[in-house]
Each structure stands twice: as C-alpha cells, then as structure tokens.
Design a protein around this ligand. Structure first.
Ligand code: SAH
Ligand code: F3S
Length: 481
C-alpha cells in the first residue's frame, strides 16, 4: 500500500454551505498537507463573514484563492501551472482577483507579486485574519501582502466551515508550526514557530463535530506529540511559566484522553508523530481508549544513523526500533506507516541498504516515499551539495516503493478471515454497489452496500485483499454505533 503523493492530483476545490445575503463568489483550492485543507476551512469561514459564498466554477469566481505547498519543488511547479490556468480565465473575466495562500506565499513573499503578474494578494499561514483588510486594498486596485508569522496565532477562536465534506470525518488542528529544524525541510520557515491551541477550544470543536453527526476526527499538527498548552505562547517559554501554569499544563497524551472522554463514540486519529517526541504515555493512552484509532504515522526518513544525523533527526536507528518494539508490545494491533526520503545528500549505497533493512524490521503497513528535493533556505541546501544523481535517487526510490509493496501485502493478508470494524465514508471508486471506509488501523476496506449507510460503523468479515485494500462482507452494525 505504498503511496507516493502526487501533488498534481490534489487541488480539489471546496464547497461551502451557502450563506444568505452573500453575493460575492469565492473559488478556493488547496494543495499539500491536511493542514492546508484544514486552513482553507478557516479561510472560508473568515470570508463568509465578508460576503463570500464558494463556487465550484472557476469561471464564475470574483476571488480565486490557492492554498499552496512548498515541501518539494514539484508541489510548487503544480501551483505555477494552476496560475497559468487562472490567467487564461482572467482574460475572459478581468475583474477576477487572485490570491496565493500558504507555504509558497510565505516562502516567496513579494517575489510572487513580481514573478506572477496575475497575483493580487499574497497571504502567509498566520495572517488569514487579516484577509478582510487585505481584500479591501485589493478592491481599491492595490496589490496586498501579509506574510508575518506569529508566535501565538492558532485560529482557536474561528469555527471552521466544513468544506467538501463527507459529513463523517473532519480535521481538527491542534498545533501550528514546527521547531524541529530537520535539515531538508522548509516547514519551519514557512509555518514558523511551534505553538499549541487552547484545549478548551479543541474540546468544544470536538463536541460540535459530534453534534453535527461527524464520526471521526483527526487531530492535526506538524508534530502533534509536542503539543503543550500552559496558557499560550511558544513551547520554549514553558520554563518561564508560573507554577500554576505548569501545574495545569496539558500535554499531548492528556489532550488525547480529554478528547477520547469528551466523545467516547467518536473515532480519534492524529497526525503526524515525530519519533523523538512520541512518548510511552501517548502509546498507553491509545491502549486505554477503544475510540482512539490504532494507527501511528511515524516518519523515519532514513534507516542510516549517519544520514539521520545529517538530517538533524534527533534519534538513532536503534532508538527507533525500541519505539517500534514498545508500540508492538503495548498496542499489538497497531498499524504503523512511514515517510521516507531517497537520495539525501551524501547517501551511499550502504545508507540506502540500511533504509531497506529498517523497513524489513518494521514491515510498515503503508508509507509515503519521496526523492530528495532541495529546498531553498534549508540547512541542507546551505551546507550540503545535492550530490546524488537524479537517476540514482529514482532507482533507490523504486526499490523502497517495491519493498513497501511487499510489506503492505504481508500486512493486509494478516487480516484475511478476520473481522474488522469499518467506518463507512463513501461509495467505492470502483463500484457503485460497494461502500468504502477505513478500519481503526487506517486500512481501506470495501464491501457490498446492502442496507448500510455512510457514517455507519460496520463489522466486516475480510474475505480477500489487495496490497492496499481489504475486501469483504458486512456482518452487522458494530456495537459501538
Ligand atoms: N511533520 C510533518 C512532515 C511534513 S513534510 C507532517 O505533519 O507530516 C511530509 C514529508 O515530506 C516528510 O516527512 C518528508 O518525508 C517529506 N519531505 C519533507 N521535505 C522534503 C524534501 N526536501 N524532499 C523530499 N521529501 C521531503
Ligand atoms: Fe519538517 Fe521535521 Fe518539522 S520534517 S515539519 S522540520 S518535524
């Protein structure tokens, strides 16, 4: 069940509940990580107060916003191509305004206005509350930009408008930014310092989701396990917090427990875990609550100690194995997935073999695999030469993907002739007679529809599988329904 992310397949535009009295039309689309999709829901909420309803038709739009990703060069190229498309539409509809949001906005700043004549508005990930002011400037015919990063902004006080939703699963963002400074990664530069959101506002959002019929939510952060609330501000300032603030502080394991108890029937997922920050407390909390899904996305990036060090990943291969052993001991039915990078600078064949042997040890259920893409401004770009030839990177990636395919197949076969619990999310892409959902382990499962509906939690007998999908028949509603 390997997944190489194809950024060009993203960009689904979002549909917003139409608010009476709103006359302007917003076309908004998102690329990149789940956080961007979640941020677009915040942006849509802010703009719905400014007279905008969303439209699915680019040609009809008064305002086009694209929420962008900088993680790899390919992601940026995809957005550049979209801007060409907007340009063609603007020739027919010259009054249409175009804004760039997200990580590319933050990385390129005013360069965007210089390089892409079509762009009227550039807004970084921490500046969305300034959109009303920026739009007023655009309406008066001036270009507008705000790319100021914040130490506090978490948008905890904005109720996101759920967009393009199946009504069953939702994202809830809990931290923003990242302090880890992995040497290959642009995120700390585009999303700023790490900060956590008030747990009270998180629980309120969870309760609200449940009351609206949602059955599963994913707590989101670049590094969720470093969540720490002590009254606001940067995590590094926690040392200066008062004794009272420290006594009432909430860490990620505690937040998980609060969420699990607030809505005991709601499925809870979280993403992403950085190995150096995932604590035993979190694993034990997962074991304590049935409604916390048994899946950990645990990016490792490389299996070589030397490369891990060059990447500034603050753990060794051996420490990672220890963590895996602990997960297997405490959560024997937990799925584990990875992110891996092939061809980081100086990576030797031996380093690559170390990655393959690490994969053999873990036998991940699935993963997201990439070739190294040098990002401007990162430590790796400044200090190291991007010295692995493209064809070597591609060959190593193909070997990693092939190995993952073998492991995924072994893993899905383990479920044959067992009963799994599936939350129905949508019609199967392959057949309108089948439902598609996911198991607690985040494995896709399909079965004939019969009398079941979207949003049902169903017990399914697994009769067949591919490397990515469990195939079966529903037996009954789950008792947890
Ligand atoms: N903690 C984040 C990670 C963000 S980036 C999260 O919430 O998912 C997602 C993945 O992209 C990383 O784990 C890494 O495998 C990959 N990635 C990041 N920078 C990259 C680069 N410069 N080249 C190739 N892959 C990269
Ligand atoms: Fe990037 Fe490392 Fe943070 S991959 S998002 S700097 S944990």
């Amino acid at each position: 069940m390997e997944k190489t992310i194809d950024e060009s397949k993203q960009g689904e535009h979002l549909i917003l509940e139409q608010k009476d009295g709103n006359t302007r039309k917003l076309f908004i689309e998102s690329y990149g990580c789940a956080m961007n999709f979640s941020d677009s829901e915040i942006v849509a909420s802010i703009l719905s107060e400014q007279g905008f309803n969303t439209t699915q038709s680019l040609e009809d739009a008064d305002l086009v916003l694209v929420n962008t990703c900088s993680i790899r060069d390919k992601a940026e190229q995809t957005v550049r191509k979209r801007l060409e498309k907007y340009n063609a539409v603007k020739r027919i509809n010259p009054k249409m305004k175009v804004g760039v949001l997200g990580c590319m906005a933050e990385r390129l700043k005013t360069k965007f206005l210089e390089e892409e004549k079509i762009v009227d508005l550039v807004v970084g990930p921490d500046a969305y509350k300034d959109l009303p002011n920026l739009l007023a400037e655009v309406d008066e015919g001036r270009d507008a930009i705000n790319v100021i990063l914040s130490k506090e902004e978490t948008y905890g006080d904005i109720a996101p408008v759920r967009l393009n939703t199946n009504g069953v699963t939702a994202f809830v963002s809990i931290t923003r930014g990242c302090d880890n400074m992995c040497t290959f990664c642009v995120v700390p530069f585009t999303r700023g310092r790490e900060r956590s959101r008030d747990p009270q506002s998180i629980i309120e959002e969870v309760n609200d989701l449940w009351s609206k019929g949602y059955k599963e939510m994913t707590l989101l952060g670049q590094n969720v396990d470093s969540y720490l609330w002590y009254g606001g501000g940067l995590k590094k300032d926690f040392v200066k917090a008062s004794d009272m603030q420290k006594a009432t502080a909430v860490n990620f394991a505690q937040l998980l427990e609060l969420c699990a108890k607030a809505q005991p029937k709601m499925r809870i997922r979280f993403s992403t875990s950085n190995p150096q920050d995932l604590t035993l407390d979190v694993i034990e909390t997962m074991a304590k609550f049935d409604n916390i899904c048994k899946h950990i996305h645990l990016p490792v990036q490389s299996g070589s100690n030397r490369i891990l060090k060059e990447m500034n990943r603050l753990h060794t291969r051996e420490e990672y194995f220890e963590l895996i052993d602990n997960i297997r001991r405490i959560l024997p039915n937990c799925a584990i997935s990875q992110d891996l990078i092939a061809g980081f600078p100086t990576e030797t064949e031996q380093d690559h073999q170390d990655t393959l042997s690490l994969m053999d040890y873990v036998k991940y259920n699935f993963g997201y695999m990439f070739t190294y893409s040098e990002r401007p401004g990162t430590m790796a770009e400044r200090k190291m030469e991007d010295d692995i030839p493209e064809e070597t990177k591609k060959r190593r990636l193909a070997e990693i993907v092939q190995r993952q395919r073998e492991h995924s197949e072994i893993r899905t076969k383990e479920y044959l002739n067992t009963v799994v619990e599936v939350l129905v999310e949508r019609e199967s892409k392959k057949s309108d007679q089948q439902w598609s959902g996911r198991t607690s382990q985040n494995i896709v499962a399909v079965f004939p529809k019969e009398h079941y509906n979207i949003g049902d939690l169903v017990k399914m007998q697994v009769t067949d599988c591919t490397s990515a999908t469990l195939i079966g028949e529903a037996i009954a509603y789950s008792m947890e329904n």
